[in-house]
Write a protein that binds this ligand. Structure first.
Ligand SMILES: [Zn+2]
Length: 130
């Protein structure tokens, strides 16, 4: 099953949309941490009231999970960038390890996937141990 131009365009759109979402989320996190220093100096809470209410409940846990989320987001963003490059190179949709075609259904779910299901399942347990 080969990718045709229409498929590539479709996945490119999905990737660009995903990238936009990720960037928004990351900016959101950065703004959130910026707001803390701003709050201390100016006392202006207007834009951040909702977040501050959330953070107040358990700030340590929340900051901890935000840190992890940002890390995952950065990895995803990197994977998205790589996939966009692979669309330009016309290598998109091919497993980077075994060079088999990645199932379209998989790409529909994870458009930035660069491994086929088989290679991914071999890859994952190792990463978790490390
Ligand atoms: Zn593979």
């Amino acid at each position: 099953m080969k990718m045709d131009k229409q498929d590539l365009q479709k996945f490119k759109k999905m990737l660009l949309k995903k990238k936009e979402e990720m960037l928004k989320e990351i900016q959101h996190v950065e703004k959130d941490s910026l707001s803390k220093s701003q709050r201390e100096s100016s006392g202006d809470l207007s834009a951040y009231t909702f977040h501050m209410a959330d953070v107040a409940q358990d700030s340590y846990d929340r900051e901890f999970s935000l840190g992890i989320a940002t890390n995952v987001q950065q990895k995803m963003l990197y994977a998205i960038e790589e996939s966009l490059k692979r669309i330009e190179d016309k290598t998109y949709g091919t497993c980077v390890k075994c060079e088999k075609t990645i199932a379209k259904s998989r790409l529909m779910a994870i458009p930035y996937a660069n491994l086929c299901v088989e290679c991914q399942s071999k890859e994952d347990p190792q990463k978790k141990i490390m």
